[in-house]
Design a protein around this ligand. Structure first.
Ligand SMILES: [Zn+2]
Length: 157
């Protein structure tokens, strides 16, 4: 397996329902979101996918859907009130923690946006601040590690 990683920065608001502290308030982050894509094969140039394709497909999705928007859980008791104030709020089917945002991007958005490319979005890290981030990964490291070492490395180089 070979991976490539590209990050993208967006600004978005959210609140975490049930949070014991300040994150239950309406607030926002300058998110940095790291996409890691994987494949077992390289193209004729020597890439699994061009970085510009990741930008066009995944980073652009963030720009179009979450950047400068407020992310609200559909079951948040405030969701209808927030939508009355601002019609551009984004209703999402989960409490918008960094962990769940990362999992949603890997499980829902990656497969759609990377369809037909031959690469898979295998992990996503969502940085809420420079100190705090969550990572959702589908990579089972011992398995991938063993598989990659069983393969002939000459296939790739
Ligand atoms: Zn927050």
């Amino acid at each position: 397996m070979i991976t490539i990683t590209r990050y993208h920065d967006i600004s978005a608001g959210h609140r975490v329902v049930g949070h014991e502290g300040a994150c239950a308030h309406l607030h926002g982050h300058n998110y940095r979101i790291w996409f890691t894509c994987a494949s077992d094969s390289l193209d004729d140039v020597g890439r699994i996918i061009d970085f510009s394709e990741v930008k066009k497909r995944l980073c652009a999705w963030l720009d179009d859907n979450w950047d400068h928007r407020f992310l609200v859980w559909e079951e948040d008791p405030w969701h209808e009130a927030l939508a009355l104030i601002d019609k551009t709020v984004v209703w999402i089917p989960f409490n918008p923690t960094a962990e769940k945002l990362a999992a949603y991007l890997v499980n829902e958005i990656g497969p759609k946006e990377l369809k037909g490319t031959g690469v898979v979005l295998v992990s996503c890290q969502v940085d809420e601040t420079r100190k705090c981030s969550a990572c959702y990964s589908t990579i089972s490291e011992p398995t991938w590690y063993l598989q990659s070492h069983q393969k002939e490395q000459k296939e790739l180089f």
